[in-house]
Ligand binder design. Structure first.
Ligand SMILES: [Fe+2]
Ligand SMILES: [Fe+2]
Length: 145
């Protein structure tokens, strides 16, 4: 059974971002699988690296998108992304230094690190985007009439 199954409640209602969030969930599930299979620390470390790399790309795509539709809380969101990257770097360093980190602690960290962010902060730009899109549609409908 996957650690996380995509659910519509995770949706930010912007298809490109939902697709990227689904990829993040897929990598977290892969990580959960290799941990359950008892794979060694290098395999696990490699997937954590992939997850962090992909997430950094995702953060940058998200920031470009938010800037594109004039999200007023962009700077705040960027600061949250930087702090999440910093936390991941610290976590990865600890992991690479051979410090023993339980699988439970790792998955709890990822849950808080990413899913709480998607469900909380990311939803805010999603709601803003939906609101301005609905307004634009209403304006167009008035113009057509
Ligand atoms: Fe995101
Ligand atoms: Fe974000």
């Amino acid at each position: 059974m996957p650690f996380i199954t995509w659910d519509d409640c995770y949706s930010v209602h912007i298809p490109e971002m939902d697709e990227e969030h689904k990829i993040i969930i897929k990598i977290i599930n892969q990580l959960d699988d290799v941990i359950k299979d008892g794979k060694d620390q290098y395999v696990i470390g490699d997937i954590i690296n992939q997850l962090i790399e992909y997430t950094i790309t995702h953060f940058s795509n998200e920031e470009k998108l938010m800037a594109g539709f004039g999200f007023p809380e962009l700077e705040k969101h960027k600061r949250i992304h930087s702090s999440l990257c910093e936390q991941a770097r610290i976590f990865l360093n600890e992991y690479n230094s051979g410090k023993s980190i339980s699988a439970e602690k790792l998955m709890k960290f990822l849950w808080e690190w990413l899913l709480d962010h998607i469900m909380g902060d990311d939803k805010k730009y999603g709601q803003f985007y939906t609101k301005i899109n609905t307004k634009n549609q209403e304006t167009q409908e008035v113009l057509i009439k």
